[in-house]
Write a protein that binds this ligand. Structure first.
Ligand code: 5AD
Ligand code: SF4
Length: 441
């Protein structure tokens, strides 16, 4: 029996898939204390804020929500509020959790979240505020517990941290240097998820998955890891994110093409269509090289679904630079584009660059890109016609639907089926009610 047994918890998550998965681990840790999950943040006995600092907006949202619990905490002094993750890990963050925000009881960084149970148990005894932020990871990378959000797609970390130091990005400062898990531990986790838990998609996670294995004693490339995981028997597919264009070699394209178990989808952030801006961003590739990778990918896998991240309004971005990004969208025809306005992050080189772009210009540019992408996506519907996709068959509102690797839904109106969550070939035949429709082959 521990002091949290039977009590309730609520986890609030901000940021990327890495954080979503981190929160699954946090929920696993809290459930090992025999706590129960609740949707009600006001009534929960323990609230954990898993924070993100990639842009100012993410920080402001988290801060406002943490502040909104102040009164609730005053009325319920036994409530425990935890803030952890990227925001407290920053050296010069906008919000200082170590001194201010006294209604927060436990403040941790990114490197000690696996020890959350011990911190909670210590707090229950001492009732003293805990602020503990480590410079580097000390405990091992493996966390045993995990309560997953989804029953079809499972996230699996393969590499933590980032060595790239793009000039706009705070991640290397708050997540530390690259650290890969061993192929054996990843293999064991994936095998268990597929063969014992019935997962259909495994999404391998890392800030830069293509850097996988460079730091291991027994060097292993990302392509080798993928090939190894594809030897696991079962009806499943592997996705991965995020890839860096600089490290995406021909070996990965070959492996993706060769292995039926690798989903034909790729998230390949370009950030800008201007080589001048890419240089200032320290991205280590120019736009010619990026386009060449796109051509190779499309040539090897004509049905591939591509997505990207874009930053508009990076310091020094002229109208001409921006229009190069605009043209790139037309050239690649991504299935999805995540466009962000540049947000200066204290401690990163770009925050000190001259020629910062005003918010209004950033806003105009981001909206222009998003409008274009909407038109491209609509136009893209045509590219699916008469093509056959290996889809996950699901039951949505009583109708069979095939989900492509890129997440596109193909309705299969005349199909009577007994089962769902298996893969089958679906041929697209047309559009019905603005949606793709097809038949099982
Ligand atoms: N401002 C705006 N967007 C950023 N990103 C990273 N840092 C910043 C920043 N300072 C975007 C990049 C990255 C995505 C996860 O977030 O596009 O690929
Ligand atoms: Fe940030 Fe660049 Fe590393 Fe991605 S590759 S996490 S954008 S520093």
């Amino acid at each position: 029996m521990n002091s949290y047994e039977g009590k309730t918890y609520h986890v609030v998550t901000y940021g990327c898939q890495m954080n979503v998965h981190e929160s699954e681990k946090i929920r696993g840790i809290l459930s090992t204390l025999n706590m129960l999950e609740t949707d009600d943040v006001e009534k929960a006995d323990v609230v954990v804020f898993n924070t993100c600092c990639i842009r100012e907006g993410a920080e402001d949202r988290a801060y406002n929500n943490i502040m909104a619990l102040k009164k609730n905490k005053e009325e319920n002094p036994n409530k425990v509020i935890v803030v952890l993750g990227c925001m407290p890990q920053q050296k010069e963050g906008k919000y200082d959790f170590s001194k201010k925000l006294k209604h927060v009881d436990i403040v941790l960084g990114t490197h000690n979240t696996n020890d959350l149970a011990q911190y909670l148990l210590k707090y229950a005894i001492t009732k003293k505020r805990i602020v503990d932020i480590w410079e580097k990871p000390k405990s091992n990378l493996e966390s045993t517990a995990c309560v997953r959000d989804d029953f079809v797609n499972a996230y699996v970390n393969i590499i933590y941290g980032c060595n790239k130091f793009c000039t706009y990005c705070i991640v290397p400062y708050v997540r530390g240097r690259e650290m890969s898990r061993t192929p054996q531990t990843i293999y064991a986790e994936v095998k268990d998820l597929v063969q014992n838990k019935g997962y259909k998609y495994i999404t391998l996670l890392g800030q830069n998955v293509n850097s996988y294995g460079k730091d291991l004693k027994e060097k292993t490339t990302f392509s080798e890891l993928l090939s190894y995981l594809c030897t696991i028997e079962g009806d499943f597919k592997i996705k991965f994110m995020t890839s860096h264009p600089m490290d995406l070699g021909d070996d990965l394209i070959k492996t993706m093409k060769r292995e039926p178990k690798i989903a034909k989808t790729l998230h390949l952030p370009v950030q800008s269509g201007s080589s001048k801006i890419l240089k200032a961003m320290n991205r280590h590739y120019d736009i010619k090289h990026y386009k060449q990778i796109i051509r190779k990918l499309k040539h090897a896998m004509p049905n591939i679904s591509l997505s990207t991240d874009i930053i508009v309004g990076f310091p020094g971005e002229t109208e001409k630079d921006f229009m190069q990004t605009y043209k790139l969208l037309k050239y690649v025809k991504y299935d999805q584009v995540f466009a962000f306005m540049y947000s200066p992050r204290t401690g990163t080189p770009a925050a000190k660059f001259e020629n910062q772009i005003d918010e209004k210009t950033k806003n105009v540019r981001v909206n222009k890109l998003l409008r274009l992408q909407k038109i491209i996506q609509k136009d893209q519907m045509k590219k699916y016609f008469n093509k056959t996709y290996n889809c996950l068959i699901k039951f949505i509102n009583g109708v069979a639907v095939g989900i492509t690797d890129g997440g596109k839904e193909i309705y299969i109106p005349n199909y009577k089926f007994v089962n769902q969550n298996y893969f089958a070939l679906v041929k697209v035949e047309g559009i019905r009610n603005h949606k793709l429709s097809g038949v099982i082959k």
